[in-house]
Design a protein around this ligand. Structure first.
Ligand code: ATP
Length: 297
């Protein structure tokens, strides 16, 4: 039982529209796995299928080898789920809501729950209707974390949290991992994904376009080279893999896909005064993956 999540050929169609197209994915026990993609990519659809909340058109989703369509109840015992928009009961207080959610999860670490209430600075005595979006999210998150469930499935759990609470979230997720739990995290916050996730999947228009560690993905994207010369910069446009060439006085910048040795062979004889090679930032990487033509497939 080493796979926390196994998704095989999972497809969901709404009429002629394909929301999820033949997804294959495995998440190992103990991993923090990031699930990324632009709006409408199919992330929430995948999570709903994974939880057995909707029926697939084709394929299978399993949690710890339990088919979430056929063995939904047994699978749910191992999972805590934080939906993107938590529909909580407006007339209950935060504390009452936590108690109710604990009953749903069936187990709770009360000491840890109280510690989380302090860590997330939640006032549990207020009614849910008086909570901001961020405070509602805190209630769902605290309930999920305090359940110590084997698998945490979190759908954009931090979109309403301020930076201090974001740090509390990161600490809690790291703690969950040290506790042996697995985390499946759908997020738009790239810094969060970079700090937390062991591996990442990127979905676009219902299709998986990338899967791997962020370090692996960085190498797929172009490297930026910048150089200054005493004289006129050399011509590099014709070189294989070189693009986006910009020359300004003595300064040259370009992007290189693949090995940079060809470029260096042209640059070096022109005696550069400065030479800088920069890997893509996370933002650049994801813009290239999310935008037109992104991904390998
Ligand atoms: P976001 O980041 O905006 O939350 P997402 O990646 O979670 O996006 P989904 O909510 O999974 O995206 O939606 C994927 C696509 O499926 C969207 O185009 C959405 O409009 C469509 N879709 C989702 N549910 C239904 C439904 N019940 N009927 C028809 N289309 C649907």
């Amino acid at each position: 039982m080493n796979m926390a999540i196994r998704i095989n050929n999972l497809t969901k169609r709404y009429g002629s529209f394909t929301a999820l197209d033949n997804l294959n994915l495995e998440v190992k026990k103990g991993e923090i796995f990031g699930f990324l993609g632009p709006n409408g990519a199919g992330k929430t659809t995948t999570i709903r299928l994974l939880l057995g909340l909707i029926r697939p058109t084709a394929g299978l989703a399993a949690i710890f080898d339990l088919d979430t369509q056929k063995q939904k109840e047994a699978a749910h015992k191992l999972v805590a789920y934080v939906p993107g928009e938590a529909n909580l009961w407006p007339f209950l207080t935060g504390a009452e809501t936590l108690h109710l959610l604990e009953k749903v999860h069936g187990k709770v670490d009360e000491k840890y729950r109280d510690e989380l209430i302090k860590r997330f600075a939640l006032d549990p005595n207020k009614k849910v209707r008086a909570y901001s979006k961020g405070n509602k999210q805190k209630v769902s998150l605290i309930a999920a974390l305090a359940s110590r469930a084997e698998l945490l499935i979190l759908d954009e759990p931090t979109s309403g949290l301020d930076p201090l609470m974001e740090q509390a979230f990161r600490d809690s997720i790291k703690e969950a991992q040290s506790n042996g739990q697995t985390v499946f995290l759908s997020s738009h916050i790239l810094g969060e994904v970079e700090v937390l996730c062991d591996r990442v999947a990127v979905l676009k228009s219902g299709k998986l376009v990338e899967l791997g560690t962020l370090a692996e993905m960085r190498h797929l994207s172009a490297v930026t080279i910048e150089a200054t010369f005493a004289g006129k910069p050399p011509t590099v446009d014709h070189l294989a893999g070189v693009g986006n060439v910009k020359v300004h006085n003595h300064h040259l910048s370009c992007q290189v896909n693949g090995p940079i040795d060809e470029l260096l062979r042209v640059i070096t004889p022109a005696r550069p005064i400065t030479l800088l090679s920069r890997e893509p930032s996370l933002e650049e990487l994801f813009l290239s993956l999310y935008g037109d033509g992104g991904g390998r497939k």
